[in-house]
Design a protein around this ligand. Structure first.
Ligand code: SAM
Ligand code: SF4
Length: 457
């Protein structure tokens, strides 16, 4: 009864939390499997950012719950943001659930599973659903030891939890609680352990990473705690690439911009959420910057690193978004030239300040606006990739590609996905690749070092 499958919905933060739970479970003797059919326990790590994400997970849980009628020992749990957001309501809706674990309680999953399995094996009555959603002081420090023996070429490292902003559309402050920073030394220790086990690239995670530790730690030499952390991570031997997500224009100051000129491990890739190109909508969203301020930061970044790749988040169809507002979003989106973007259709979220505004922009309008941005993105992304054809760049190989014999997936420093025919020995290694052809999402290339090719034959 110890085979566990974790299915993750949503963002990198959720991926990271799932990895942490998996590592804790492995440490306790559970085995992690890669599909629900081979599992005795299925845990859904959920997302609440949009209603659609919640409905998907609820549908999946309903489907899995049917299995319990045939297999009474099967265990089903929901963790993460939707557990936090919906709580007991989930148990009313899905009475077959065994576990409902909130965002500050991931570290308790192994103990809850142990006790549930012990009761089932003791042939006692089936225990009631365990619902564990309370806030926990210092919970940001509880799931740090997720480094296990599985090779993670690239790793997400959570440097903080929660969010203190009040963007009017966003449920995250409700599901993730107030902003709490992890101590710098613990983060550095975790990354050193990752490096010792083969990790070459880290992505530092937080809802507003550049606000890291702003209340907990002092500025030193006019450098923010986040910049101090970047410097410390930069010193770690074995880590060759550093990324972070997501920064916010608020607090994106010159001390951070100039890091790109002096910390070579900091990749020329920035995920920088714009949300809207209309100041009127940004204000209604409670995003405390103007589009000009947003663009001025990008301009400064490109002055320091002209080859910077920039991605963003945009919400289309926020309540009150007129054609004129959207035209501003379209214009700035095109002029800035994003290389990648997550485009979201606005979804009303409970208990947010925008909730009372309803959802007046129609589904069709949202779809149309989304398509317009997608087209711009596709064109720009293809142009940027095509410009790389014929050039050579260093690629970090992450693992086998989903399709294709002997095909392996890697990324450039600019976060472009690269597919190359190679050998498994290249996983975890850097190698120069000459790009031969490009689509909007992928570069296809060939290894250029004879030595590496010979080794991989
Ligand atoms: N903290 C990050 C920031 O401030 O940019 C964003 C984190 S949020 C989990 C990821 C993205 O989801 C947001 O940038 C936003 O574009 C999108 N999002 C959040 N709430 C949404 C909603 N109610 N409807 C549609 N998209 C939403
Ligand atoms: Fe949500 Fe805004 Fe916080 Fe990002 S900064 S998590 S969008 S409230």
């Amino acid at each position: 009864m110890n085979r566990v499958y974790i299915k993750t919905y949503g963002c990198q933060m959720n991926e990271r939390d799932s990895d942490a739970v998996a590592a804790m479970l492995r440490g306790k003797g559970y085995s992690l499997v890669d599909n629900e059919f081979d599992a005795d326990v299925v845990l859904l790590n959920t997302c609440s950012v949009r209603d659609q994400a919640e409905q998907k997970a609820i549908g999946k849980a309903g489907h899995l719950a049917k299995r319990k009628r045939k297999d009474p020992n099967f265990i089903l749990g929901i963790m993460g943001c939707m557990a936090q957001n919906r709580g007991d309501e989930l148990v009313d809706k899905l009475p077959d659930l065994d576990l409902v674990v909130g965002t500050q309680k991931f570290h308790r999953v192994p103990e809850h599973l142990d006790s549930m399995i012990a009761t089932l094996q003791g042939q006692g009555p089936r225990p009631d659903t365990i619902v564990d959603l309370a806030e926990e002081l210092d919970s940001q420090n509880t799931i740090k030891s997720h480094v296990d023996d599985k090779l993670q070429v690239t790793a997400f490292v959570s440097i903080m939890q929660g969010c203190n902003m009040k963007c009017s559309y966003c449920i995250v402050p409700k599901t993730r609680g107030a902003e709490r920073a992890r101590p710098m030394d613990e983060i550095v220790k975790e990354i050193k352990e990752l490096a010792a086990k083969g990790t070459r690239e880290v992505t530092l995670l937080g809802q507003i990473v550049n606000q890291y530790g702003i209340r907990e730690f002092p500025f030193v030499d006019k450098k923010s705690p986040f910049v101090q952390l970047l410097e410390k991570v930069h010193e770690i031997e074995g880590i060759e690439r550093i990324r972070f997500t997501s920064p916010h224009p608020v607090g994106f100051k010159d001390d951070l911009i100039e890091c790109y000129g002096r910390l070579p491990k900091l990749c020329e890739y920035l995920h920088f959420p714009m949300q809207s190109g209309s100041d009127r909508i940004l204000k209604a969203m409670r995003r405390p910057y103007s589009i000009e301020k947003f663009r001025s930061i990008i301009k400064k970044m490109r002055a320091v690193r002209p080859d910077m790749y920039i991605s963003t988040d945009v919400i289309v169809g926020f309540p009150g978004e007129t054609e004129e507002d959207f035209e501003l979003t379209r214009k700035h989106f095109e002029e800035i030239g994003f290389d990648m973007a997550y485009l979201f259709k606005y979804s009303v979220r409970p208990d947010t300040t925008a909730e009372p505004l309803g959802d007046p922009v129609t589904k069709e309008q949202k779809e149309e606006r989304n398509q317009i941005l997608l087209e711009i993105l596709g064109k720009r992304s293809l142009e940027r990739n095509q410009a790389l054809v014929g050039t050579v760049e260093e690629v970090l190989f992450e693992g086998p590609a989903k399709k294709g014999e002997n095909m392996f997936l890697g990324r450039t420093r600019g976060n472009r996905v690269v597919l190359v025919k190679a050998s498994p020995r290249l996983v975890g290694q850097f190698a120069p690749v000459k790009f031969e052809r490009a689509t909007a999402s992928t570069l296809f290339g060939e290894l250029v070092l004879e030595g590496v090719e010979a080794q991989s034959a």
